[in-house]
Design a protein around this ligand. Structure first.
Ligand code: HEC
Length: 151
């Protein structure tokens, strides 16, 4: 076998493995992980600073809000039709029956979290106001598109 042919086979098998891994990825697990591991801790950190329980640090506050703002665009891609009604998921069927509204609710979080990130440089008061507005985006979506009550 020539070296080139060997390389081609190797690359093909790598691509193939990559595809298999992608297909096996669990969208429910992934979307829950985004909420649990990115949105929740950064909301707690921002909230702590907004409430004065954690010393306000403009750079950290901005980074936390920015991390949240980056989630919705990834999050909304993790709701394929066949993941509706998954027992592991707290997503309501309304996500699929009203995808337009769901996407709009996701956009609201992008906008409000970006506003909070931008407000951080203006100081704790400005950040606090923007943070409270951001949490309304969480509630607004959860009330319509999530089964369990806010944690
Ligand atoms: C666009 C809608 C939407 C927005 C906005 C949103 N969430 Fe969620 N969230 C969901 C849905 C849907 C689920 C359930 C996902 C699942 O179980 O499949 C969820 C789940 C969660 C969970 C549970 C994660 C787990 O499985 O343990 C937490 C915590 C959470 N969200 C926090 C937040 C916070 C905090 C915000 C605001 C900063 C927020 N969410 C904004 C839709 C949203």
């Amino acid at each position: 076998m020539s070296f080139n042919r060997l390389m081609t086979m190797l690359i093909c098998s790598l691509v193939y493995t990559g595809l298999i891994t992608q297909a096996a990825a669990d969208p429910v697990e992934d979307r829950r992980a985004l909420m649990k591991k990115t949105v929740l801790p950064n909301t707690k950190l921002s909230g702590g600073m907004a409430q004065g329980k954690i010393p306000f640090d403009a750079a950290k506050a901005e980074a936390a809000a920015r991390a949240i703002a980056n989630v919705p665009k990834k999050f909304v891609k993790l709701f394929p039709e066949d993941s509706a009604g998954d027992p592991e998921s707290e997503a309501k069927d309304t996500v699929w029956s009203d995808m337009k509204g769901f996407l709009a609710a996701a956009d609201k979080l992008t906008v409000s979290a970006t506003a909070a990130a931008d407000a951080a440089a203006k100081g704790p008061e400005a950040f606090k106001g923007a943070f409270v507005k951001m949490t309304q985006s969480c509630k607004g979506c959860h009330e319509v598109y999530r089964l369990k009550k806010e944690q």
